[in-house]
Design a protein around this ligand. Structure first.
Ligand code: ZN
Length: 301
């Protein structure tokens, strides 16, 4: 039973000394993390991911332990990648999910099963941390004093950006995008750390070119499920909500976590504290052993 793993991040980051790292070491969730995460009704899922990663990622490059602040600095795709690895390590590599067929007139409920390894991961080529882009002529920023500026420097969105934008996502996408641009733009022409006014002054074309350049530079996890509906026979592509799935799974399992903990405490007389430090796989292994033992005793009678 593997409870610890090492992996290479599709993006990677830079430590305080400016050294690049892309290796991570992680351990499976224990009952403690299952409980903590299934309890957090109000927190945004971006904040939960930071908490979870700081507890389960033991090392990033040669930095250990990993703080929540460090987890926030990881690129969006690296955080998704670590969640995938954590899910695999803690609860297995197979995902069972169900959804409604998006085709009009069908709407059938479909159960899907797929291995996490089937999710395509595209590492970034240029590791940054800063990227420079030349805007097209039509997209140049007019500074109002006769200057036209085409050079833009940016960094890629990370967990801190996700947390800062969490309250806007799904409510005001345009505002969320402007705020993201403002956070990630490092320089436009001679203007360092451009404020909201300068971001508003960018033309829609300029914004589109910057967003496209960010997408091309960023590592990517393709969370789109593509398949064929077994009922109506149409092909579909649906976004797979990885964070929602992960935390939904934990919420559903909280009841089970307490029942398993009670069962082990009752039979083995271990403390709640000890049992909660076990991973799910370890709890279940002991429960299986108990079941075998009870069956053996029954057969002897
Ligand atoms: Zn269908």
């Amino acid at each position: 039973m593997q409870q610890q793993t090492r992996c290479r991040l599709p993006g990677g980051g830079f430590d305080e000394q400016g050294r690049f790292f892309d290796e991570a070491e992680l351990v499976a969730l224990s009952g403690r993390e299952e409980e903590l995460l299934s309890d957090q009704g109000g927190a945004s899922s971006a904040a939960l991911v930071s908490t979870l990663l700081s507890r389960c990622v033991r090392r990033l490059g040669d930095q250990a332990p990993v703080s929540e602040a460090m987890a926030r600095q990881l690129l969006v795709a690296d955080r998704q990648y670590l969640l995938l690895k954590l899910r695999e390590l803690s609860f297995g590599a197979e995902v069972r999910s169900s959804f409604t067929c998006p085709w009009p007139g069908c709407g059938e409920r479909i159960d899907v099963t797929f291995p996490l390894a089937a999710i395509p991961v595209t590492p970034s080529q240029d590791k940054g941390p800063a990227y420079v882009l030349q805007l097209s002529e039509g997209a140049a920023l007019d500074d109002g004093a006769g200057g036209l500026h085409r050079e833009v420097a940016f960094r890629l969105p990370n967990g801190a950006d996700q947390e800062a934008l969490a309250h806007l996502v799904g409510r005001n996408e345009a505002r969320a995008l402007s705020l993201l641009l403002q956070r990630c733009l490092m320089r436009v022409g001679p203007f360092e750390a451009p404020g909201p006014g300068l971001v508003e002054a960018l033309s829609p074309l300029a914004r589109m070119e910057i967003e496209r350049a960010m997408e091309q530079a960023a590592p990517r996890i393709n969370l789109t499920m593509e398949s064929t509906c077994p009922v109506c026979g149409h092909d579909y592509a649906l976004p797979f909500d990885l964070q929602g799935f992960f935390f939904g799974e934990l919420r559903i399992n909280q009841e089970l976590l307490y029942r398993e903990t009670h069962y082990l405490a009752y039979h083995y007389h271990w403390s709640e504290h000890e049992i909660m430090s076990f991973t799910r796989a370890k709890r279940r292994r002991f429960i299986e052993l108990l079941a075998d033992e009870i069956e053996r005793l029954n057969n002897e009678r």
